[in-house]
Design a protein around this ligand. Sequence first.
Ligand code: FAD
Length: 293
Amino acid sequence: MKIIDILKTEQMSLSFEVFPPKKETSYESVRMATEEIAALKPSFMSVTYGAGGGTSEYTLAVAKNIKDKYNVPMLSHLTCVSSSKETVHARIGELKENDITNVMALRGDLTPELENTDRSKWDYRHAIDLIRELKEAGGFCIGAACYPEVHPESANQKEDIAHLKEKVDAGADFLTTQMIFDNNLFYNFLYKIREAGITVPILPGIMPITNANQVERAIKLSGAFMPVRFKAMVDKFGSSPEAMKQAGIAYATDQIIDLYANGITNVHVYSMNKPDIAKGIYCNLFQILGKVF
Ligand code: FAD
């Protein structure tokens, strides 16, 4: 099933993101965790792809396993900046062979090693290059990333949104945001991209922080703004793992309810490979909404 067909309806949707194992020895534990999340029957699930090639090998295996066993629509991530055309074309071929028709087309982060290489030799510079190739290959529903708080490499939001418009014009069918902890940033961004003529569905990305150690990593990764009430929660409950877990689930649930209440129908949760967190959010929403997705 194409994800755009889910996103275009007026029904509320909830999707979960998981990541593949780094090595074969951890495949089994990742398989079990991702299957537990799939058993919740979310609207769809996405599987990340390691930019440096580290965790790229198992993305397709994880996506295919869930699709075949649980019939959950799958979104397979694919990055391009550290890859040759040959590798990317091989990956696109494998996706087709395995009937994975939804792809999140990403550039990937610029690692310090990449930054120091000769860019004139790169086959891909931006996500738009990959979007064009997926479009040319045909048959894919294509997602792309966007940044309510501006991508760190962009000079300003206007420039960032102009590049986002180019990605949509090149064929991105929907957008997913970098993690946000303050919904108002998403509402402002939504207003600005609609004003810029970007009309495709957009999913806010919600990251449940259920462990105090995650905070620093999340800020480093995303540069996301942490609201005062979020910081207070971490200060108060961060030293107690069980309390922090429940507080993090409650905070993420609250964000999602606010989004649904304000007419946003599609929400993406960075559930990582944590079935208990996905279940906690799912059960809370079920009790409030009285429905499954
Ligand atoms: P781009 O769209 O290429 O944008 C990167 C920067 O370049 C931005 O500043 C943009 O404004 C600018 N830009 C874009 N197009 C042009 C152009 N034509 N000319 C000049 N400048 C331009 N990383 C992974 O490694 N694996 C994953 O699975 C993964 N999943 C992600 C999922 C989501 C929802 C998000 C938000 C991010 C994800 N990332 C992942 C991280 C992502 O790879 C990084 O954020 C990366 O730095 C940018 O990727 P992009 O696809 O947005 O790049």
